[in-house]
Design a protein around this ligand. Structure first.
Ligand code: UD1
Ligand code: UDP
Length: 373
C-alpha cells in the first residue's frame, strides 16, 4: 500500500457488495486513501454479479462458498482467511457493512489485531435474537467491536447510544443503498437498453399487476417458506396479477419454491437479476413481497408498497413512513394484505408515496470524510 490512509474493505455477499460499491468507488477516487478490497466470497455467483456490474476487481478473493455451508464452518474459514489478509495488508482501517457472517468474522479478525473497524449500516436492531437470525447477533457483536459507527438513520444511532457506545463514534450518514440506486438510475437513464432483459417478462404479463417477490431468510427456511409459497399460489390464481420471483441461489429455497410454484402460468421463477434489472423490476411492480433487508429500503425509496414477510424488522423507518407493512408468514395474512392492495386503490395509493427515510445518495461521501478523520 502507498502513502494515504490504508483502507481494507471486506465483504462476502450480494447485499454487502451492493451497499459497498458506492463507497469503494468514492474511496478509490479520493487521493487521501489507498484502498484494498477483500472478498470472502461467502456468496459466489450472486457476489460476482455485483462485482462485474460495478467494475470491482478484488485484491483478495478467499473463495469460501460451499453448497449448503454451515454457519460454524463458514465462520471458522472466514475468520482465519480474513486474518491472513489482515496480516499481509496491515491496514489503518477495516471497513465492513451490515450483518453477515463475513462481517462478524472480519470485525473479529481486525479486533484480534487491534485494527480499527468502521461499520457501515450500524445500529439496526430488531430487539429479537431469533429474527433476523443469526444477523441480529452479528450486528450486536460488530457494534461492540467497531470504533466508527455509520448509522443510516437517527433511529439506528439512538439504538447504539442505548448500548452505551460513545456518541463521538456514532455518525448518521444515511444508507449507501440509496447511493447505489442513484448510480443505477444514472446508468439506465443514459442507456435504457441496459435493462432490456426484463422486456420479455413485462410483455408476458402485460395487463396484469406485477408482484415482485424475494425470499431467502434462514429463519423462514422450512415452514415459513412453505407458507409464503402457499400464499403466492393463491394470489397467482387471480387473472389480474402475476408474480416475478428472482430466486436466491440457496438450494433449500429453490427446492421448496420449485415444488410449490413451478409451472404456474402467473408465476415466473427466474435466476437472480443483476442489480440494474432488479431495480427495473422494483420500478415496474405494483407491490413488493419480501423477507429481505435491503429490499425494505429500496421499495420505499421507489414509492412501492412493500409487505414484509417477517414478524419484526430492524428497519422500522419504512413501516413508520407507511410504505412498508409487517405481515409475518401466515399464508392467510399474506393473501389478505396482498389482495387489499390489489383490490383497494386507496389502500395502495396510501402506501405508494415515494418516501425516503434511508438516505439522500450522499452517504458514501460522508463516510469518506469520517475515514479521512
Ligand atoms: C447470507 C447472510 C444473510 C444475507 C444473505 C443475502 C449470513 C449468516 N447470512 O444468507 O444475512 O441476508 O446472505 O443474500 O451471513 N448460494 C449459491 N450461490 C450464491 C449464494 C448462495 O449457491 O451466490 C447457496 C450456497 O449453497 C450457500 C447457500 O446459498 O451455501 C447459503 O448461502 P449463505 O451465505 O450461507 O446464506 P444466505 O442464506 O445466502
Ligand atoms: N437483489 C438483486 N437481484 C435480485 C434480488 C435482489 O440485485 O434478483 C438486490 C436487492 O436490490 C437488494 C439486495 O439484492 O439490494 C438484497 O439482497 P438479499 O435479499 O440477498 O439480502 P438482504 O438484503 O436480505 O440481506
Amino acid at each position: 500500500m502507498g502513502s494515504g490512509a490504508r483502507i481494507l474493505v471486506v465483504f462476502g455477499t450480494r447485499p454487502e457488495a451492493i451497499k459497498l460499491f458506492p463507497l469503494i468507488h468514492a474511496l478509490e477516487a479520493d487521493p487521501r486513501f489507498e484502498v484494498r478490497v477483500c472478498v470472502s466470497a461467502q456468496h459466489r455467483e450472486m457476489l460476482d454479479q455485483v462485482l462485474g456490474l460495478a467494475g470491482i476487481v478484488p485484491d483478495h478473493d478467499l473463495d469460501l462458498m460451499r453448497e449448503g455451508q454451515s454457519l460454524d464452518d463458514l465462520t471458522a474459514r472466514a475468520l482465519t482467511g480474513i486474518g491472513k489478509v489482515l496480516d499481509e495488508e496491515c491496514p489503518d482501517w477495516v471497513v465492513v457493512q451490515g450483518d453477515t457472517t463475513t462481517v462478524m468474522a472480519a470485525a473479529l479478525a481486525a479486533h484480534y489485531r487491534q485494527i480499527p473497524v468502521c461499520h457501515v449500516e450500524a445500529g439496526l436492531r430488531s430487539g429479537d435474537l431469533s429474527q433476523p437470525w443469526p444477523e441480529e447477533a452479528n450486528r450486536r457483536m460488530v457494534g461492540a467491536i467497531a470504533s466508527l459507527h455509520c448509522a443510516p438513520t437517527r433511529t439506528s444511532a439512538e439504538a447504539l447510544l442505548r448500548e452505551n457506545i460513545p456518541s463521538a463514534t456514532i455518525h448518521v450518514t444515511g444508507n449507501t443503498v440509496i447511493d447505489a440506486l442513484h448510480w443505477v438510475s444514472q446508468r439506465t437513464d443514459a442507456e435504457p437498453s441496459l435493462v432490456s432483459g426484463m422486456t420479455e417478462l413485462e410483455q408476458r404479463f402485460a395487463g396484469k399487476r406485477i408482484i415482485g417477490l424475494t425470499s431467502h431468510r434462514r429463519e423462514n427456511l422450512g415452514q415459513g417458506m412453505a407458507n409464503i409459497a402457499k400464499a403466492v399460489r393463491h394470489v397467482a390464481s387471480r387473472d389480474d396479477a402475476a408474480v416475478i420471483f428472482p430466486m436466491h441461489r440457496n438450494p433449500e429455497v429453490r427446492a421448496i419454491m420449485h415444488e410449490q410454484l413451478g409451472g404456474l402460468d402467473n408465476v415466473a421463477l427466474i435466476e437472480p437479476l443483476d442489480y440494474l434489472h432488479f431495480a427495473r423490476l422494483l420500478s415496474v411492480c405494483h407491490i413488493v413481497l419480501t423477507d429481505s433487508g435491503g429490499v425494505q429500503e429500496e421499495a420505499p425509496a421507489l414509492g412501492k408498497p412493500v409487505l414484509v414477510m417477517r414478524e419484526t424488522t430492524e428497519r422500522p423507518e419504512g413501516v413508520t413512513a407507511g410504505t412498508a407493512r409487517l405481515v409475518g408468514t401466515c399464508p392467510h395474512r399474506i393473501v389478505r394484505e396482498t389482495e387489499r392492495l390489489l383490490d383497494d386503490p386507496r389502500a395502495h395509493a396510501a402506501m405508494a408515496r415515494a418516501h425516503n427515510p434511508y438516505g439522500d445518495g450522499k452517504s458514501a461521501q460522508r463516510i469518506c470524510e469520517l475515514l479521512a478523520g
